[in-house]
Write a protein that binds this ligand. Structure first.
Ligand SMILES: CC(C)(COP(=O)(O)OP(=O)(O)OC[C@H]1O[C@@H](n2cnc3c(N)ncnc32)[C@H](O)[C@@H]1OP(=O)(O)O)[C@@H](O)C(=O)NCCC(=O)NCCS
Length: 186
């Protein structure tokens, strides 16, 4: 369909982790780092393509956490850290400097949202990323994703700027930084 080939616009809000906040989840969840032995546990929440993708994440050296309720995965969060001396592009637009980390691939099962599970996953991920060498941690979310923005802010992240991204079929073709006030005004 022609519509698939038309450029579309998305605005990303970029945050940086600044301070640790105490987060208490409202469900009795367990948080575990994703390793090869438990990567397939995602199948209790999502389909096989995710299991494949997350195995690939492990191969690429990404760090991931699952949130479990009654032994079933109900949430996940992933991050990557750039330990090379070259800038790495992540999310198709973000230039990740040396010793910095970026968080992505995060979600919580719709039945369990609003109970600070995402915030708990993020705190675990920050801790781990710092412990393996991250000096700075960045995270972005969609301009319209209020629950995500609220959760990110509650975990001690500060708004940096917004980025407008034009893409075709998920491939960014144009990207520019907006100033802070566009978000502050919303
Ligand atoms: C974004 C997402 C991960 C949040 O997960 P979650 O476990 O529900 O998040 P948390 O409970 O930790 O935090 C959400 C916060 O937003 C609040 N919130 C939820 N819906 C809201 C809304 N419509 N308006 C304002 N605040 C809202 C919650 O009350 C909570 O704040 P609180 O701690 O003050 O109560 C989840 O909604 C999700 O999986 N969405 C789809 C995938 C996605 O957007 N991933 C994130 C990409 S960065």
């Amino acid at each position: 369909m022609l519509a698939n080939y038309l450029p579309y616009k998305k605005i990303h809000v970029v945050y940086k982790h600044e301070s640790f906040q105490k987060i208490v989840p409202q469900l009795d969840i367990q948080i575990k780092q994703v390793i090869i032995n438990n990567v397939n546990d995602i199948l209790s929440y999502k389909g096989k393509s995710y299991a494949r993708e997350y195995k690939n994440n492990l191969k690429k050296g990404y760090t991931g956490f699952y949130a479990y309720l009654d032994s079933k995965v109900i949430g996940h969060a992933w991050g990557t850290i750039n330990l090379t001396n070259k800038i790495q592009k992540v999310r198709g637009y973000f230039k990740l400097p040396q010793d910095s980390a970026f968080i992505f691939h995060c979600a919580v099962h719709p039945d369990y949202r609003g109970k600070k599970i995402y915030q708990t996953l993020l705190i675990n991920l920050y801790n781990r990323l710092y412990s393996i060498g991250a000096q700075s941690i960045y995270i972005d979310t969609d301009m319209n994703n209020i629950p995500s923005q609220k959760a990110i802010e509650k975990t001690g992240c500060g708004l940096q700027y917004t980025v407008t991204l034009w893409s075709i079929r998920s491939k960014p073709i144009l990207c520019y930084k907006n100033n802070y006030y566009e978000v502050a005004k919303r």
